[in-house]
Design a protein around this ligand. Structure first.
Ligand SMILES: Nc1nc2c(ncn2[C@@H]2O[C@H](COP(=O)(O)OP(=O)(O)OP(=O)(O)O)[C@@H](O)[C@H]2O)c(=O)[nH]1
Ligand SMILES: [Mg+2]
Length: 313
């Protein structure tokens, strides 16, 4: 039986192999993605982001438990852009999520920086596609919210939850990192700690303008992930956002926008790989570099000429 057959029958080892295959950009991984595409479109993608240590993994754990108890199958992608390690970066997460990872309805993959930063966002989207084809009802993506890379990663989600904690400066930090713009649901985690009322007030105040302009309420949900308090309300808010997207037609519009970006990105990746291939080869190019260095030619003119030669017809 082929790997794809096993995958389609729900063999989790086959899933694991295909995820690695796609993540590592093995030969023909595009063919695999394209074969799987027709089986996708059923999973709902939930992104969870926020500052380091906000309790994202603990929340993920509690959210997953609720979803699984409701009869769902859940695929988790934990992305750590800052980690130089591949795959094994999430020791803490692994320990915490041990209970869940032995559950046959849950699959967890950790991803760390591989190749370029842009590559990580691309790989997250591709792995999420594999999850979707496998038949997960929910795909949960966790990433630290600190910069553009993380925003690109979370771009693949249908609903974005931003988790912040009652520590001074967090609301400001979140705004600076662009998290306010991408959040659909806010979670004030560690609500068991001092200062959560204040941060909830601050957030509600800031959200007033946003709420006035939209049909969506941008709820702020206090949680204590360790005590598993408020997480059911958080899941409820996510489901309400899901309903809102479906009923307003935004779900379809957003997904189509994601597809548009996907196509462009795939082309961009192919083009850039192709350019490298073309330029690295040959003595002619070396001579060209020499000429440019000697100021007999210039890089802009050369780029235009090469572009016209290879890409316009
Ligand atoms: N008091 C309290 N502590 C919490 C809560 N949720 C998480 N923690 C603790 O906060 C610490 C960080 O939790 P994680 O779930 O690893 O946070 P994270 O956001 O995934 O962290 P990174 O992935 O490293 O950015 C751990 O020690 C948790 O036990 C909470 O609701 N209340
Ligand atoms: Mg984490």
């Amino acid at each position: 039986m082929s790997l794809l057959d096993s995958f389609r029958k729900g063999d989790s080892r086959a899933l694991s192999k295909i995820v690695s295959y796609v993540e590592n950009r093995e030969d023909n991984y595009r063919k695999v993605l394209s074969t799987l595409f027709k089986d996708t479109g059923k999973a709902y993608k939930l992104g969870l982001t926020g500052p380091p240590g906000a309790g994202k993994s603990t929340l993920m754990d509690a959210i997953t438990e609720i979803l699984v108890n409701e009869g769902n199958r859940v695929g988790i992608i934990a992305v750590d852009p800052s980690s130089p390690f591949t795959g094994g970066a999430f020791l803490g997460d692994r320990i915490r999520m041990q209970d869940l990872s032995s559950n046959e309805n849950v699959f967890i993959r950790s991803m760390a920086t591989r190749g370029s930063m842009g590559g990580l966002a691309r790989a997250t989207k591709d792995v999420s596609m594999v999850y979707d084809a496998y038949g997960f009802d929910y795909i949960l993506i966790e990433t630290v919210g600190v910069g553009q890379v993380e925003l690109d990663i979370i771009d693949a989600a249908d609903t974005v939850v931003v988790a912040i904690v009652p520590e001074s400066g967090d609301v400001i930090q979140a705004m600076k990192a662009g998290l306010m713009e991408i959040a659909n649901v806010f979670c004030v985690n560690k609500a068991d700690r001092e200062g959560s009322d204040r941060i909830i007030m601050e957030l509600n105040h800031l959200l007033q303008i946003k709420r006035d302009k939209a049909d969506w309420s941008f709820p702020v949900i206090p949680t204590s992930a360790v005590k598993k308090e408020g997480v059911d309300q958080l899941v409820k808010a996510v489901m309400q956002h899901k309903d809102y997207l479906m009923e307003s037609g935004l779900f379809r519009a957003n997904r189509k926008e994601q597809i548009r970006k996907d196509i462009i990105e795939h082309i961009r990746v192919m083009l850039s790989a192709n350019i490298e291939d073309k330029l690295h080869s040959g003595e002619a190019f070396e001579n060209l570099l020499e000429d440019i260095y000697e100021r007999k030619n210039d890089p802009v003119k050369t780029a235009v000429e090469l572009y016209e030669k290879h890409y316009s017809n």
